[in-house]
Design a protein around this ligand. Structure first.
Ligand SMILES: O=P(O)(O)OC[C@@H](O)[C@@H](O)c1c[nH]c2ccccc12
Length: 380
């Protein structure tokens, strides 16, 4: 129990079942039902009273969603009710679980990535439990102001602020760059006016790594860093922070509302910015119902089919731009931007930032490619 209570004390506002570090414990609020239903599935060393005390003092645990998962629904059922088609492959804990849908093959690439991620995260957690990763995050280099950097760059240049991406490969495009030195690329991006830098950390499908994130952070590059990861567990947010990330991606197509809320709180407690990614109106509407959202990314590429459609940003902004503006949320246009016309198109749609990978990383000189993308040099 000691470590769990210590975790609760470190971040009382964020304590939840997801903070339980043992791999036999639930990993997110949406699958944490067992913790409160009598401890049936939980074999961690803690006293039930202490956990219940922590839970009862957290308003989040009296919310509708919690009542919903307490009523016995699986994460896949809850997610499906929210329009999420990506299924979580919850490893069976007792014979009645893990049958039917959970045992089927992945139906698309995002589902495959998420299923692989579940295995990866549980292995990483076994090696470095939550308590230890939380401690490391406290010794990480200080958080830098991601939102501030975007706003300043937008005001300075009058074109959307650039989040330039470091991505070696992707499932849709294969290897994008053979000669791949993350620090050199980051320096080139920074020198040529990128406001922030996004670093892919998924190894299996994007050939990225947390080492890349850490080396860039320790290289003297000053741009705030976005950890581009498939987050399914709050552990990953602490881990990203411990490696120097200033912001992290949260994908609405993967995370049910309760997880999203909880993870937003974890980000906040660490001082990090959450970039919440949506691809369609339903996801956007879900996200707009949450408190504390500052930055939304509209992905022009479906992660399920890879179909790219730049008009997606415009379409969603036409439908929900008013609410977004009223709430002071900044929008990032993501994916498939290659020319000044593409940038102008999403800027006219109402975005004040763009996330660009392929068109820069494939260029012989990724730094110089920035001026080509915007049709002018950016001021730093
Ligand atoms: O390389 P592009 O088309 O410029 O796209 C960059 C970025 O938007 C894309 O890499 C991305 C957007 N959302 C993601 C989620 C996971 C992995 C990658 C992504």
């Amino acid at each position: 129990m000691e470590s769990l209570l210590a975790a609760a004390h470190l971040h009382p506002a964020t304590f939840s079942p997801a903070s339980l570090s043992s791999s036999s414990c639930s990993r997110s609020p949406s699958v944490a039902r067992g913790v409160r239903s009598g401890g049936r599935t939980v074999r961690c060393a803690y006293t039930k009273d202490a956990i219940l005390y922590a839970l009862e003092h957290d308003a989040m645990f009296n919310s509708d969603e919690v009542i919903q998962w307490e009523s016995g629904k699986t994460i896949n059922t809850i997610a499906a009710a929210q329009g999420i088609s990506i299924r979580r492959r919850c490893r069976p804990r007792y014979p009645s679980e893990g049958s039917g849908d959970d045992k089927a093959v992945p139906r698309d690439i995002l589902e495959q990535i998420i299923w692989d991620k579940e295995v990866e995260v549980s292995q990483r957690k076994a090696k470095k439990p939550l308590r230890s990763v939380m401690e490391s995050s406290e010794h990480a280099p200080p958080v830098r102001d991601f939102m501030g950097a975007l706003t300043a760059a937008y005001n300075r240049n009058g074109v959307p602020a650039l989040i330039a991406e470091i991505k070696k490969a992707s499932p849709s495009r294969g290897v994008l760059r053979e000669n791949f030195n993350p620090v050199e690329i980051a320096q080139a991006y920074e020198e040529n006016g990128a406001a922030c830098i996004s670093i892919l950390t998924d190894e299996k499908h994007f050939q990225g790594s947390f080492e890349n994130l850490e080396t860039v952070r320790n290289s003297g590059v000053k741009c705030p860093l976005l950890c581009k990861e498939f987050v399914i567990d709050a552990w990953q947010i602490y881990y990203a922070r411990s490696k120097g990330a200033d912001a992290i991606l949260l994908i609405a197509a993967v995370l049910p509302d309760l997880d999203m809320k909880y993870m937003l709180r974890v980000c906040k407690s660490l001082g990090m910015t959450a970039l919440i990614e949506v691809h369609d109106k339903r996801e956007l509407d879900r996200v707009l119902k949450l408190d504390g959202v500052e930055l939304i990314g509209i992905n022009n590429r479906s992660l399920e089919t890879f179909v790219l459609d730049t008009s997606n940003t415009r379409m969603l902004m036409e439908k929900r731009g008013d609410i977004i503006r009223d709430r002071g949320i900044m929008v990032v246009g993501e994916s498939g931007l290659f020319t000044p016309d593409d940038v102008a198109y999403v800027q006219n749609a109402g975005v004040s930032s763009v996330l660009v990978g392929e068109s820069l990383i494939k260029a012989e000189d990724p730094g110089r490619a920035i001026a080509g993308l915007f049709g002018k040099e950016l001021m730093r």
